[in-house]
Design a protein around this ligand. Structure first.
Ligand code: FMN
Length: 202
């Protein structure tokens, strides 16, 4: 089964990336996961979570934290430039960057390919495979907007982590699930049952 690459970068709300991995594994998917250097920092400062960097320990950490045994999970270091996913010859179904920092967004937009996430995004664009980016910042400056536009024009899909209110969310988890499921709708993956818009309440 072709893998789905998930990248979690150093933007607020890494819970969105975590929940993405959890739902994909629960649905028996093959997940290749990269955390940027910044993501480890945000996990520590925002949530007091210390994520192991070593790939095997990290895969064990996620399986334990997310309580999921199904699916396939492979973790990579952000600076592993010789990883299989750094090459277009390694087939994937697509790549999702959630949440995406403005730093990673800008480097992808300029073709910088400094770390494995940026290289992998570059590969998905050049191979014309789905690249979905969920940028997290507010407010946006003109540089952010220009970078978003550049990626969209190169074939990337921008799916900001914006909740819907018509679902009448009751908890943060409701909001997270809505955002994550809508991101994977864009990749053609049906991950979960969420309340969808079915016309006005009668
Ligand atoms: C707690 C915390 C929250 C942050 N939130 C954001 C954010 O929402 N968006 C953003 O673009 N940068 C955010 N940053 C700054 C990035 O982490 C920083 O620019 C980092 O260099 C990004 O690295 P990366 O793109 O390699 O992940 C945050 C940093 C910290 C410590």
């Amino acid at each position: 089964m072709k893998s789905i690459v998930i990248a979690i970068t150093g933007a607020s709300a890494i819970q969105l990336g975590e929940r993405s991995v959890q739902l994909l594994l629960e649905n028996n998917k093959n997940v290749e996961l990269i955390l940027s250097k910044g993501a480890y920092e945000v996990a520590k400062s925002e949530r007091n979570i210390h994520i192991p960097v070593e790939p095997k320990s990290q895969a064990d950490f996620w399986r334990n934290k997310l309580c999921v045994e199904s699916g396939k999970l492979t973790c990579y270091r952000w600076n592993d430039h010789s990883a299989s996913i750094a090459s277009g010859s390694h087939k994937t179904k697509g790549m999702v960057i959630v949440p995406c920092s403005m730093g990673t967004l800008g480097r992808i937009a300029s073709g910088f390919s400094h770390d494995l996430i940026e290289r992998c995004a570059d590969v998905h664009l050049k191979e014309n495979r789905p690249l979905i980016i969920s940028p997290r910042e507010t407010p946006l400056n003109l540089i952010h907007i220009e970078n978003i536009k550049r990626i969209a024009m190169a074939g990337g899909l921008i799916v900001p982590p914006i909740p819907a209110w018509y679902t009448n969310p009751q908890t943060i988890n409701d909001i997270i699930d809505f955002i994550v499921v809508r991101i994977f709708d864009s990749l053609g993956e049906d991950l979960d049952q969420i309340n969808r818009w079915n016309g006005p309440v009668k």
